[in-house]
Design a protein around this ligand. Structure first.
Ligand SMILES: C[C@@](CO)(OP(=O)(O)O)[C@H](O)COP(=O)(O)OP(=O)(O)OC[C@H]1O[C@@H](n2ccc(N)nc2=O)[C@H](O)[C@@H]1O
Ligand SMILES: Nc1ncnc2c1ncn2[C@@H]1O[C@H](COP(=O)(O)OP(=O)(O)O)[C@@H](O)[C@H]1O
Length: 297
């Protein structure tokens, strides 16, 4: 028997970052929006834990026990006094190390898949606890939709979304390390007062109304200067997307994927085509939001 779970990528429509905490993490006001680019995790009984991966970026995915899908299976097995003897296969469509939470998606997907395969019957609360142990972004991959993440991003409040938004994602060559981008944020912040991160009321209202123009005006990412500092060429991608008619563009999370909000599906297709022709990115993908969280298919 096997179970397959589909899990979406995310874009951060607001990422407000506070000062570094004593534990090295940063308090956030992280407004997550799930987007319709998906990984699928399939779990099958096996003699021992193993991970395989297919997809254009598969070569960059670790297949040992550091893979977030393997770690998720191990954690659930430990809690329920069993061995994690499964084959986890990841069909990967989310860019790796791209600021779109692909690893987190696989962690959440493996957790839901193993829970179903083993008949563990874990509560939603227990699954969310395990997600938070796996990483700050993993709880959101489980729930999907839209949510405000506080603390290090793991404490979620669901948000209302009143319409469909059309995005274009420009994929970059190579990834950016999340800790390196937060480290660069700290370096750039030296000597400055960093305010407490708070969610923008304009942004939350724009999401709730499904107002694409208001959302475009309110998009913000405090990690963007750090990502641009580490990867200056992203400025060219942002300029190309805006010149092509996107309402707004920003770095997705820690990058280096850049995200562009378009007025409608037709405009998104045109922006994607112009980005491909611009030579400023490796590929351009269109996707809609919101998307549902980890779901057994
Ligand atoms: C920046 C964001 C925005 O959603 O995602 P990505 O764009 O990388 O996907 C997240 O904050 C990434 O979350 P995630 O990738 O789960 O990070 P974790 O595994 O929890 O932490 C990895 C490292 O990132 C830094 N980190 C992460 C979260 C946070 N609130 N403060 C931090 O300083 C720490 O250096 C930590 O050691
Ligand atoms: N299942 C997984 N898929 C992708 N990367 C993974 C996975 N498990 C662990 N990783 C590690 O996590 C790093 C960050 O990957 P990812 O989650 O794709 O990016 P981001 O944190 O930018 O959203 C990768 O470079 C890789 O070393």
């Amino acid at each position: 028997m096997s179970v397959t779970v589909r899990v979406p990528a995310k874009v951060n429509v607001q990422l407000a970052v506070g000062a570094a905490r004593p534990d090295g993490f940063h308090d956030l006001a992280n407004v997550f929006l799930a987007v319709g680019l998906y990984d699928e995790v399939t779990v099958t009984e096996a003699d021992e834990l193993r991970v395989t991966c297919e997809g254009p970026d598969a070569g960059q995915v670790p297949l040992d026990r550091t893979n977030l899908a393997a770690r998720a299976a191990q954690k659930l097995a430990e809690r329920h006094g069993r061995t994690p003897d499964v084959h986890l296969h990841i069909a990967k469509d989310i860019p790796v190390a791209g600021g779109m939470a692909g690893g987190s998606a696989d962690g959440a997907g493996a957790l839901v898949a193993c829970d179903a395969l083993w008949g563990t019957g874990a509560s939603r609360e227990e699954l969310l606890d395990i997600c938070a142990e796996l990483g700050s972004d993993v709880p959101f991959s489980l729930v999907g939709g839209a949510a405000l993440g506080t603390g290090r991003g793991e404490r979620l409040t669901p948000l209302e979304v009143g319409g469909t938004f059309h995005w274009v994602f420009a994929l970059a060559d190579g990834g950016l390390s999340t800790p390196a981008v937060y480290g660069e944020f700290d370096r750039l912040a030296q000597g400055r007062d960093i305010p407490e991160p708070v969610a923008s009321q304009e942004l939350l209202a724009a999401l709730a109304k499904g107002d694409v123009h208001a959302l475009a005006a309110a998009l913000s990412n405090d990690l963007q200067p750090a990502a641009l500092s580490l990867r200056p060429s992203l400025a060219d991608t942002l300029a190309a997307g805006r010149a092509a008619g996107a309402l707004a563009g920003l770095v997705s999370g820690s990058g280096p994927t850049t995200a562009f909000l378009a007025a409608d599906a037709e405009s998104a297709a045109a922006v994607a085509e112009a980005l491909r022709a611009s030579g400023t990115c490796r590929a351009a993908r269109v996707a809609e939001s919101p998307a549902t969280g980890a779901t057994v298919v």
